[in-house]
Design a protein around this ligand. Structure first.
Ligand code: PNW
Length: 463
């Protein structure tokens, strides 16, 4: 075990997202987002669950900050609900001062408790008004302008206190789950729209960053970037076909965003398969897109083993499994089918990103939903052995990447502060280090809270 430590300015804490925790959909002038509409449509979420109440955090935000304080963090990542701030969403629509005030109070409470706010501007809850008006992320001319206008308002109103901005959370999910498989809002299906949406998300991100750099950065002194998601993809065996397939899988999930943003072009593997369904950037756009992130924001949960084949173009025609050639499983199974604990993959991923993109890395999400936590009695839930194992292994992998491999990892946000609304899976999977009783809204810390706190106390150098 490495005895080296993370630098004393290492950022750590917990992450959440507006629609997953806030509830109070109609409070103080908020109008619906596409997730309100989607989750209220029959057949879209497990058990018909929706975010109407969630963890009631629009009202209980002070209690959340008190928990963060108790948990010893130095940072908290959360997102704004766009339709609280501009209820209809657009650049000519009214601004809602009550919504602005809510986040101002939260930010001030965090700062006065010594907790650095990391704000995500867009964590999937597009104002329904923009979806209805012009098709949301499908309409390049409109959405880029409206998003930049919204971002500007946020920089103006909060930038004196917020120094860490994330433009988008996981654009892959918005593109593919929202517009290709249709399991997330707005629920569209097909093989074309998601390339357009992904392209427009990149442009909206890039123009918001340009605005921040041109008009705010000098006076406010913050940083701004995007958070992308990837399960590390390891070839199933060392056959050349599977090794090639793993890279193609990475390109289709991560490279489709990271390569334009950090290098200035789409991966060749994508161009050759997708052809003219892949939009092109104009010369002027490319100047804005290339280099448009101050850091590499990373959400990652697991590793997948990759085999050549299959006919899923969205995945780059590769197949995924957790079963090794010798028949064993990669790691401990989580409640959701897509997640097994495999920390060496996390270390490999951090190294890959550093080598490929040469940017400081902010881990903005990482976490584990324990199997059957939703039906276990509370005294068993708080004893969250599998989550403890997960954090212990992933944090040590991060430490090894940072100290032994020299990867500049700057932050670690565990997902999540609270059990919450897990999108199409409803309230069944529980990712929180805090148990939430959804009948009473009572919060109970699980044992992982202390394990994570102790780990950071022991592994961050003192100043
Ligand atoms: C992320 N998948 O989403 C999101 O940023 C969070 O809002 C979410 O709660 C968290 O991870 C846990 O799921 C994902 O299907 C959604 O592979 C789906 C997948 C991965 C991440």
């Amino acid at each position: 075990m490495s005895t080296q430590k993370l630098p004393n300015d290492f950022v750590w804490g917990y992450a959440t997202a507006s629609y997953q925790i806030e509830g109070s959909p109609d409070a103080d002038g908020r109008l619906p987002s596409i997730w309100d509409t989607f989750s209220h449509t029959a057949g879209t979420t497990k058990g018909g669950d929706n975010g109407d109440v969630a963890t009631d955090s629009y009202k209980r935000w002070k209690e959340n900050v008190a928990l963060l304080k108790q948990y010893g963090v130095n940072a908290y990542r959360f997102s704004f609900s766009w339709s609280r701030i501009i209820p209809l969403g657009g650049r000519n629509d009214p601004v809602n001062e009550a919504g602005i005030k809510h986040y101002r109070a939260l930010i001030e409470e965090l700062v006065s408790n010594g907790i650095t706010p990391f704000v995500t501007l867009y964590h999937w809850d597009l104002p329904q008004g923009l979806q209805d008006r012009y098709g949301g992320w499908l309409n390049k001319e409109e959405i880029v302008q409206d998003y930049v206008h919204y971002a500007k308002l946020c920089f103006t109103r909060y930038g004196d206190l917020v120094k860490n901005w994330i433009t988008h959370n996981e654009p892959w999910c918005v593109s593919v789950l929202g517009h290709a498989t249709g399991v997330f809002a707005p629920g569209h299906k097909g093989n074309k729209e998601h390339w357009i949406v992904g392209h427009n998300l990149i442009l909206a991100h890039a123009y918001a960053v340009k605005l921040y750099r041109d008009e705010f950065k000098a006076s406010q002194g913050g940083r701004i970037g995007i958070t992308l998601d990837l399960h590390w993809q390891e070839p199933w065996d060392d056959s050349p076909a599977n090794v090639k397939a793993a890279q193609r899988g990475i390109d289709f999930k991560l490279g489709r965003f990271a390569d334009p943003i950090y290098k200035g072009y789409y991966p060749e593997t994508i161009k050759s398969i997708v052809g003219d369904r892949l939009p092109e950037f104009t010369k002027e756009e490319l100047v804005v897109v290339k280099g448009s992130s101050d850091f590499f924001g990373l959400n990652t949960y697991t590793t997948q083993l990759v085999k050549e084949g299959g006919d899923s173009e969205i995945q780059g025609n590769v197949k995924y499994t957790f079963t090794r050639p010798d028949g064993t499983q990669l790691g401990t199974q989580a409640h959701v089918p897509w997640l097994q604990t495999y920390a060496p993959g996390f270390r490999s991923l951090l190294n890959y990103l550093w080598k490929t993109y040469n940017m400081p890395i902010y881990v903005t999400e990482n976490g584990f939903p324990v199997k059957d936590e939703h039906i276990l009695p509370l005294e068993q839930v708080v004893h969250d052995t599998d989550r403890i194992e997960y954090y212990d292994r992933y944090l040590n992998a991060l430490l090894q990447a940072a100290t032994e491999d020299g990867v500049p990892v700057k932050s670690y946000f565990a997902w999540s502060l609270l059990d919450n609304f897990e999108w199409a899976d409803g309230y069944e999977p529980r990712f929180g280090v805090t148990h939430v009783d959804y009948k009473t809204q009572k919060r109970t810390p699980k044992e992982s809270v202390e394990v994570v706190k102790r780990w950071f106390t022991e592994h961050i150098a003192s100043s």
